[in-house]
Design a protein around this ligand. Structure first.
Ligand SMILES: *Cc1c(COP(=O)(O)O)cnc(C)c1O
Length: 237
């Protein structure tokens, strides 16, 4: 296997070339890399609290940083550009989180570790039951990583994904395809299209399939889902 580049390379590069890193940790609440929490690798980290995420406030999110100046700027932008009451220092927005949303978040935060452990347990069951199934490639948890499985995304080989999806639908099993297209397939980003295509990314978009891994699905159901996939792949539909 090829050596994976460590995240620290980005930090070295950012020092060398003087750019700042915004870490998208929107699916990684509680994830660790070598004991270091997601969200702490860049100059600034962002989390989403959208309902499907590992924890939620209904809508909204959070910006984290240890750069006090940057945080002051973020707070100003959030509050219509005000540094103090009617002290407009910038053209800002209303990105304020409501107290009601924050109250939900405080309760969710207490449950986050349990939720994440439940996700990890479900991932472990899939891994046990689907490990030896031909045509299904499971996500790996590399050494040093503590994954929190916002998604449990497998690769379905042999062009069988759409047929497997049909099979899951027939059995009332939820699924997701994250993501079905590449960024530059979409009109607003077409101008970023590379010459030729990106074949590995394209292949991934055609093979990825996310299985239910959230705390709302029981371990029993996870076992059943794994069995449904297993028997389909054995019989190839
Ligand atoms: C959900 C998500 C976002 C967007 O979060 P919002 O709260 O909907 O703005 C961005 N990046 C990643 C990786 C996400 O999973």
């Amino acid at each position: 296997m090829k050596e994976r580049r460590s995240t620290f390379d980005f930090e070295a590069l950012s020092r060398k070339y003087g750019f700042r890193i915004v870490e998208d940790a929107c699916q990684a609440h509680g994830a660790l890399w070598k004991m270091r929490p997601a969200g702490t690798f860049g100059d600034v980290g962002v989390f989403s609290f959208y309902p499907t995420k590992n924890m939620t406030t209904g809508e909204g999110g959070m910006v984290v940083s240890s750069d006090e100046e940057l945080l002051e700027e973020v707070r100003t932008l959030r509050n219509q550009g005000q540094r103090g009451r009617y002290e407009y220092a910038a053209l800002g927005y209303n990105f304020r989180m409501t107290s009601i949303a924050a109250a939900i978040g405080r309760v969710q935060l207490k449950k986050l570790t349990t939720f994440n452990e439940m996700r990890r347990r479900r991932a472990e069951i899939y891994r046990e039951l689907l490990d030896d199934v031909d045509g299904i490639v499971l996500p790996k948890e590399v050494k040093g990583a503590h994954h929190v499985y916002h998604q449990f995304t497998v690769r379905v080989k042999g062009g069988l994904r759409e047929r497997l999806i049909e099979h899951l639908k027939q059995h009332g099993v939820g699924y997701g395809v994250y993501y079905p297209r590449l960024l530059y397939d979409y009109q607003p980003l077409k101008r970023f299209a590379p010459p030729g295509d990106l074949p590995e990314a394209r292949r991934a978009s055609l093979e990825v399939l996310s299985l239910p891994v959230h705390p709302g699905v029981s371990e029993h159901d996870v076992r059943k889902i794994a069995e449904i996939i297993k028997s389909f792949m054995r019989e190839r539909g």
